[in-house]
Design a protein around this ligand. Structure first.
Ligand SMILES: [Zn+2]
Length: 329
């Protein structure tokens, strides 16, 4: 499925079978000297075939194609190395590039990340199941090569008539980016702003308060004029209205956590997540697929961290578990 969404900008839908996100939006910008492909899909044969088909329909020549990724998640960067020409560039924020390189090193251990999940009461057997099947590990790009170039906030990439301005918006990942065509008021929102699904905000070892950062970055970009938003998944919509709706969503979520802890002080993250409301086709928390539980607990942790940093809750370590309590007035 290929469509022109703006002059010389094409959307290629890349299916993500079995994933609640359903599809990745890959965008190709056609320029005189080069093509720029934004985001790629998981490293999986079906994704590769779909993207190859879309690009050949558009007559895009790999030898003049660069790749730009919005962030390090495998559904966005999983095939970046396969779709950039051998002597071309692959752009990614310096922050995510460093993190990606670190996690690709054979000596890297996922234990640092697992540790917090254990402390939140996530059952060890479930965690093992999640790590065995998580596409973040199983369908990722193997590593970084000479073609990778780091981007920082404000960097501008030129393609044809367009100037893409890099907006570093940490939260969804530590080096998450959006790309802005200021003259045209077009925004590639990646996973910072999605329209019919809420971006997942989890905790990161390198971020003390990923949700606080995410919300700050939403407020920072809210008032930029955007006539067309091009998100990383699913449909587009009104940009500013959606930013406001996501801000309101997290306000409700943050309040919900306080209500749960008011009723049941001393819960761990795993049990708080079980009490929170989730938009998912499962009858109960017990029926959640393990990977979805992992996402939910991650999301819950970012909300707990937000409150911890602001002093509205406190955490006590008891028998290797983190237990949370409202702070007395
Ligand atoms: Zn993502």
């Amino acid at each position: 499925m290929v469509e022109e969404v703006y002059r010389n900008i094409y959307r290629i839908g890349v299916a993500l079978p079995g994933n609640p996100l359903r599809e990745l939006n890959s965008y190709l910008i056609r320029g005189r000297d080069r093509d720029l492909l934004i985001d790629t899909g998981f490293r999986r044969p079906i994704c590769q075939q779909m993207l190859e088909k879309g690009l050949s329909e558009l007559g895009s020549d790999p030898s003049r194609r660069d790749v730009l990724v919005t962030h390090l998640h495998s559904d966005h960067c999983g095939m970046a190395d396969l779709f950039a020409g051998p002597e071309r560039h692959i752009y990614m924020s310096g922050v995510d590039l460093e993190l990606f390189a670190l996690s690709s090193d054979p000596s890297y251990s996922w234990d640092t990340r697992n540790y917090r999940f254990h402390e939140e009461g996530f059952p060890a057997a479930l965690l093992e199941e999640v790590y065995a099947t998580n596409p973040a590990r199983t369908e990722k790009m193997p590593g970084v090569d000479h073609r990778f170039l780091p981007l920082k906030d404000g960097d501008v990439l030129r393609v044809g008539d367009y100037a893409l301005e890099t907006l570093l918006v940490p939260g969804h990942t530590p080096g998450n980016c959006m790309f802005y065509l200021r003259d045209q008021q077009v925004m590639f929102t990646g996973d910072h702003v999605l329209f019919d699904i809420t971006p997942n905000i989890t905790n990161w070892v390198s971020m003390r308060d990923s949700l606080g950062s995410y919300l700050d970055q939403l407020r920072r970009v809210r008032d930029l004029p955007v006539r067309l938003a091009l998100p990383g998944h699913r449909k587009t919509g009104n940009y500013r209205d959606r930013v406001d709706a996501i801000l309101a969503h997290h306000k409700r979520r943050l309040d919900e956590v306080l209500v749960i802890l008011g009723d049941r002080p001393g819960l761990c993250g795993y049990d708080i997540a079980a009490e929170m409301r989730w938009k998912i086709r499962a009858r109960s928390w017990e029926d959640f697929p393990p990977v979805q539980k992992w996402f939910a607990v991650g999301e819950c942790m970012s909300h707990l961290d937000y409150h911890l940093v602001r002093g509205s809750i406190r955490c006590e370590k008891e028998g290797g578990l983190r237990r949370y309590y409202l702070t007395e007035e």
